[in-house]
Design a protein around this ligand. Sequence first.
Ligand code: HEM
Length: 459
Amino acid sequence: MSLAEIAVAPPPPNAPALTAAEVFAQARAREESLSRLLMTFVISGLFFMVFPGTFLGVWNLLQISGRESVASISAAWLQAHGHAQVFGWVGSFILGIGFYSIPKLRGEARASLADAWFCWGMWTTGAAMRWVANIYLWQWRVLLPFSATLELVAFLIFFRAVSGHRAQGSGKQQLEPWIFVVASASTGLLLVLLTNLAGCFYVALQTTTPAFPHLFDQRYLALMAWGFLVPFVWGFSAKWLSVFLGLKPLRTNFLLAALATNLTGFVSILFGFAFAGSCLLILGATLAAAAIRIFEHEVNEPKTRGVHASFPFFVRLAYGWLMVAAALGVAATRWDHSGGVWGASRHALTVGFISIMILCVGQRVLPAFAGMRMLWSTKLMLGGLALVTLGCTLRVSCEVLAYQEYASWAWSVLPISALLELSGLTLFAINLLGTFVLEPSHARKQSLVATIAGPAKLP
Ligand code: HEM
């Protein structure tokens, strides 16, 4: 909904009559508050991505490569890294974009905006607390369950807003397919947060370290990856990619079949049928790619204005990584004896698929959501994507070769891969911060024009 559409929306009953200029000013103020909220979620997400997430990931990988063993590293540190990336970064982006989109459609800005800020505070505190507890072990028996509770309550606030959107939003009889997929991913996130809460209470009461036990963690990660992260990206792909990439219309039946197959796949894995479940995940990913028609020729010109022209290539590459991740998952059930094939599959998914998609679509939509700004630098966008792609390629291949003891030289490539990924993700963070800080918003551009044009308009 555009600013103009909000401005002409009917006022609530019994509201005092406002002039057109007042309605327009209110709509603009509301749009600006939503953009501020979104930018806050994004900036805190970027902070988690760079420092508690990627820096710690690089540090862990340097230690693993130095000792040529993953077993010698603290599981609590590995999990602190994973949690900061998935909840601190990806989760903050999802909540921020969700809140930005929803209250605009609902037309009850004040209440939902206060709730959204409250949600941000709880989510960010929860994610930060979890990191501190896992790394410093300070009061971890208390902090761990408390952090998981904060994250769950924050998400419930968001979930209530999403449900409101569903019920009152567009007024259409049927849900659009992408909303259905995002709703199922939100349910996946809810289950992940409940599992996280249960795991935190379990370790706080029963074990001597804040790390989840290995088998529990493996299943928790499968649920997180395929029950929450993957369907979220499919949902946003279904909403945006046909327009952005000029693709043929979505195949709705394929998308729903992909969702059902994926669900059956990861539920099978959770119940211990790892091979059959992993095969179903490949089938689900293939159906999703066919639904979105990501590998088919475009029928319209891709919309790359404001981003780097390589945008369609990298989006397709991300879906290629999804296939690699799913295939490595099947290989892991047969040949993994070191955690290396599982690790490679996980990073093909989290870095290759999820991160590359966020780098592409994030830099395409976030500048516009943040007050109709332009992306600061398309060259930085290309640089970030190229470095992450190179780093991920080295990481995924060498993790299998090194951990599985197929080639000892691969140990010395892993630190390079980590530094390349770190550089790529840091460029992405710099580009978004540059966009928010250095690029003028639409409102600022208008006030500059008004200032310049002002004296000429005086009577
Ligand atoms: C510079 C980039 C990154 C580096 C160097 C890195 C490094 C690592 C390392 C060394 C592990 C331990 C397991 C293994 O050896 O494979 C790990 C696990 C993990 N990583 Fe990353 N990672 C990076 C980026 C990411 C990103 C972007 C995400 C998510 C969006 C992510 C999510 C995870 C998760 C969920 C785990 C599993 C944690 C657990 O065992 O519970 N990582 N990472």
